[in-house]
Design a protein around this ligand. Structure first.
Ligand code: HEC
Length: 88
């Protein structure tokens, strides 16, 4: 992935986190300014891309499955965004 594509994916992923995916309603992630405690704090668990994709596609516990609600591109983008920004 070149830098321009990575930046674009990061930006789209942040939008999905805050809007279409509604992740901010349930999770804490400092880069996104979200402070919810329904699900685990993403800065603490620092999930990798595969773990995020699994959770978002299939759901886990009370977290809803978002396959078919988010596009594959949106799922890929939000996983990219969360995996990078959770490290900060
Ligand atoms: C309705 C609340 C809710 C929403 C919306 C939500 N989550 Fe979650 N999420 C949870 C809960 C609760 C868990 C813990 C589930 C469990 O382990 O039983 C969780 C777990 C996770 C995990 C850890 C999975 C694992 O393998 O342990 C990741 C990563 C994650 N969520 C990312 C996201 C992302 C990205 C979004 C947005 C696309 C999102 N969540 C939207 C509630 C939510």
């Amino acid at each position: 992935m070149n830098n321009a594509n990575a930046d674009e994916l990061f930006k789209l992923g942040k939008e999905v986190y805050l809007e279409a995916g509604n992740c901010a309603a349930c999770h804490t992630l400092s880069d996104a300014g979200s402070n919810a405690n329904v699900g685990p704090n993403l800065n603490e668990i620092r999930p990798d891309v595969q773990r995020i994709i699994m959770a978002v596609r299939n759901g886990i516990g009370v977290m809803p499955a978002m396959e078919g609600i988010l596009s594959n591109k949106e799922i890929e983008a939000v996983a990219h965004y969360v995996s990078i920004s959770a490290e900060q």
